[in-house]
Design a protein around this ligand. Sequence first.
Ligand SMILES: *[C@@H]1O[C@H](CO)[C@@H](O)[C@H](O)[C@H]1NC(C)=O
Ligand SMILES: *[C@@H]1O[C@H](CO)[C@@H](O)[C@H](O)[C@H]1NC(C)=O
Ligand SMILES: *[C@@H]1O[C@H](CO)[C@@H](O)[C@H](O)[C@H]1NC(C)=O
Ligand SMILES: *[C@@H]1O[C@H](CO)[C@@H](O)[C@H](O)[C@H]1NC(C)=O
Ligand SMILES: *[C@@H]1O[C@H](CO)[C@@H](O)[C@H](O)[C@H]1NC(C)=O
Ligand SMILES: *[C@@H]1O[C@H](CO)[C@@H](O)[C@H](O)[C@H]1NC(C)=O
Ligand SMILES: *[C@@H]1O[C@H](CO)[C@@H](O)[C@H](O)[C@H]1NC(C)=O
Ligand SMILES: *[C@@H]1O[C@H](CO)[C@@H](O)[C@H](O)[C@H]1NC(C)=O
Ligand SMILES: *[C@@H]1O[C@H](CO)[C@@H](O)[C@H](O)[C@H]1NC(C)=O
Length: 596
Amino acid sequence: MLLGLFWLFFVVAGFGKCHATNISYDGRSLIIDGKHQLLFSGSIHYPRSLPEMWSSLIKKAKQGGIDVIDTYVFWNLHESQQGQIENEYERIEGAFEDNSGSRYVHWAADFAVGLKTGVPWIMCSQTDAPDPLINTCNGFRCGEKFGGPNSPDKPSMWTENWTGLYGEEPFVRSAEEIAFSVAEFIAKKQGSYVNYYMYHGGTNFGRTAAARIITSYYDQAPLDEYGFTRQPLWGHLKELHAVVKLCTQPLLFGSYEYSDLGEDKEAHVFKGESGECAAFLINNDNTTTSAKVHFQNSSFHLPPMSISILPDCKNVAFNTAKVTTQQDTRSMSVKHKFDSSESWEEFREPIPTFSNTSLKAQELLGHMTTTNNTSDYLWYTVSYQHDSDAKARLLYAISESHVLHLFVNGTYIGYAHGGKKWFKLEEKVHLNKGTNEIALLSVMVGFPDSGAFLERKTLGIINVTIQSQMLNNYKWGYQVGLTGESLSIFTKHGSKKVEWTSFQGKGPRLTQFDAPEGKDPLALNLGSMGKGEVWVNGQSIGRYWVSLHTPQNRPSQTWYNVPRGFLKSKGNLLVILEEEYGDPVKITLDTVSISN
Ligand SMILES: *[C@@H]1O[C@H](CO)[C@@H](O)[C@H](O)[C@H]1NC(C)=O
Ligand SMILES: *[C@@H]1O[C@H](CO)[C@@H](O)[C@H](O)[C@H]1NC(C)=O
Ligand SMILES: *[C@@H]1O[C@H](CO)[C@@H](O)[C@H](O)[C@H]1NC(C)=O
Ligand SMILES: *[C@@H]1O[C@H](CO)[C@@H](O)[C@H](O)[C@H]1NC(C)=O
Ligand SMILES: *[C@@H]1O[C@H](CO)[C@@H](O)[C@H](O)[C@H]1NC(C)=O
Ligand SMILES: *[C@@H]1O[C@H](CO)[C@@H](O)[C@H](O)[C@H]1NC(C)=O
Ligand SMILES: *[C@@H]1O[C@H](CO)[C@@H](O)[C@H](O)[C@H]1NC(C)=O
Ligand SMILES: *[C@@H]1O[C@H](CO)[C@@H](O)[C@H](O)[C@H]1NC(C)=O
Ligand SMILES: *[C@@H]1O[C@H](CO)[C@@H](O)[C@H](O)[C@H]1NC(C)=O
């Protein structure tokens, strides 16, 4: 994931062939070619799926009642060298003195507006977004939390909410709960633009994911990672969109009234000049079974924690808690097993010694600064002179990266991993008298993607101690990246540059397979593996970290998307870089399908 910069709108539905020429706004809504619009928008990020999937994703979004496709502009793809506009800056700007954070926000706003793109700009979660930029809400329940537009001339817009990391359970919001939040935002905040972040999450291929973010990017969205509609979520939201659209006139042009219907019950009523009327009846009470309320001389039953929408103020057309869409089940069926160890070959990554390394420094260098993101891996090596007869020694290292593997004299000792701050690797090591080669492999599972002073972050190992002797100021030798990476052994050409041996245990693995017939999407079940990265025909399908479990004791992600667009019909090259002791013989290639 990369920093998003505000927003670009791509209007997909209802406005002809994307020739929207004049987009502006007022206090009620966005205005497209002179017409006020109530818009449902869905985030679909173009690098997170293959181009051949885009038209079907957009079609399904349109069928689901989505008017706008929202996308980040992926700066890493368009401008690989520095030059990056900020997103969600408000929570960071306070870290800068002399108001320079705020001055920067104004500079960015002027810069954006100066580009004269012809579309309005927004700033997410920026309460004081400078005019004419629209401050929008990013959050979980914007109907509750949003303080509203910072000027009466700006519409009320909700742009993002999402989470999901290695070691955490997927963040699931029910169809009822999302529908409630959306209807609440429209009713209470007179929202006229709601974006689903994400509508289709897709896949973080290669090393594109940010720090500890999983390869599958919000598979829980209305369109799942493989592009299937996720039911009942997709269908329930489609109904919601259709019913809200029936209320467009009074919502966009009517007057707004709030009335109290008793404890935790509210009516939000919108009345148009020619008698149009739309009502949102809210029951915020989640304790009772159902509540009876009186509204305009009729009584209505409201299920707990629900909103009834009455497009004519008389008849309930939709209730957020009543899901009529049938649930779907996604299933994986094994199409190919990689279960003979003869089908695998292995290359053992050489463990560098201090003398092997060309980059030396009398200090512990930072991981980010030293690799400059050319690899997730950085070797730290040191020659350690041990003059005592005592063999067992306590070695500990403190690191701010994500994983640290320790080797002494070429032997693997162990590893430790951490998360948001520093972590400690502590091992009892047996040292021989004389020179010992210590090698520490520091691993980052993506870089941090937000926060103040990102450019000053170095991360990596910060302290190394052997039996209370600090090694920080020893002469260290560094190797950026793995030998296998620099030789591109995951490509057909590169794989010929090294000697592959029969499969034994640890190191990158290589095998070949034919594409399963049909058109069903494909996924590799990596449940037997530890941590690493996978390439298919030289294309990285992403990092995996199956050995790190959630509090519910399971991997955050077991299946990894293999787009058919990466495959040939026969002889596909599969290369896996495994850092731990995963068992590739248990890997399977599965088809993904949906059934009611
Ligand atoms: C665009 O639309 C707005 C509002 O409808 C209007 O004020 C403005 O003049 C239009 N601009 C152009 C270039 O047509
Ligand atoms: C989503 O909402 C939750 C709960 O309010 C919040 O912790 C999280 O930061 C939000 N995420 C975004 C991207 O706004
Ligand atoms: C790091 O490099 C990868 C692979 O080139 C790229 O996808 C990612 O966006 C880069 N990350 C940063 C923070 O530059
Ligand atoms: C009901 O709402 C209260 C207050 O918001 C919350 O603490 C509680 O978890 C909710 N219970 C359920 C079953 O959603
Ligand atoms: C409700 O009933 C009262 C008394 O019969 C009547 O005056 C009023 O107009 C009715 N309101 C609506 C919205 O029908
Ligand atoms: C690293 O150096 C050792 C001697 O210290 C040598 O045996 C080994 O071949 C070297 N490895 C590489 C990859 O250069
Ligand atoms: C880091 O990489 C970028 C290209 O991605 C390059 O422009 C820059 O010079 C590199 N910085 C260093 C210190 O090597
Ligand atoms: C440790 O390993 C290095 C190189 O791998 C070797 O030169 C050295 O003799 C070893 N030290 C001892 C004490 O075995
Ligand atoms: C690293 O070592 C320094 C110097 O001994 C010490 O002050 C610091 O607390 C250590 N850091 C951690 C995280 O242990």
